[in-house]
Design a binder for this molecule. Structure first.
Ligand code: FE2
Ligand code: FE2
Length: 187
């Protein structure tokens, strides 16, 4: 599936700007990880774009309803199962780097964006050290489960500093891409 088609699907099911922005952030991080692992950037990006496709309509069943919403598309069973694998209780489905990366970058991408929002220079020069500091700051982004962030990263087998570097580089590349469309990841 081409990116534009995935984006159209996302827009069809997601009206919230916050969720749309999150989806673009996860897409960005997934593309950066595809580059890192020398994998299919389009596939990995589309997984990022569509991983929360059912969240707005079915928050209680999420992500299981992605299966329904993607049924009449060209996306195959493996793609759908990859999306299902980011469910909090779906660890057994995370059987490859694509799936492990999705869970590892899902909340981390938005966590890093939230940090960038507080900085005058945004994503520029944002280092792992600053992210680590915010991980320890319990008052910051309270809802984000730090243990989950760390577990999913360790499961992917990437050092903390490298993980941050890859995600930040992906987000920065996405900012450049979106500028042309008049959209800003940092709002
Ligand atoms: Fe999700
Ligand atoms: Fe998500």
């Amino acid at each position: 599936m081409e990116r534009q088609e995935a984006l159209n699907l996302l827009k069809e099911h997601v009206k919230s700007e916050q969720l749309y922005r999150h989806s673009l952030a996860v897409e960005a991080a997934m593309i950066a990880y595809a580059k890192h692992f020398n994998e299919d950037e389009k596939l990995w990006g589309n997984v990022g774009l569509l991983h929360d496709v059912d969240f707005e309509k079915y928050p209680d069943e999420h992500p299981k309803m992605a299966k329904e919403l993607l049924a009449d598309t060209s996306l195959d069973e493996d793609f759908v199962e990859t999306i299902l694998s980011h469910g909090l209780d779906a660890k057994e489905l995370r059987t490859n780097n694509l799936r492990k990366a999705l869970s590892a970058v899902d909340q981390m991408s938005s966590f890093i964006l939230a940090i960038a929002l507080l900085r005058p220079t945004g994503l520029d020069g944002l280092k792992a050290k600053s992210v680590k500091k915010k991980m320890k700051d319990k008052a910051f982004a309270k809802a984000v489960d730090r243990e989950y962030l760390e577990q999913t990263r360790e499961d992917l087998g990437v050092e903390f500093a490298k993980h941050v570097e890859i995600i930040v580089s992906g987000l920065k590349a996405q900012e450049e891409r979106l500028k042309e469309e008049g959209f800003n990841l940092l709002g």
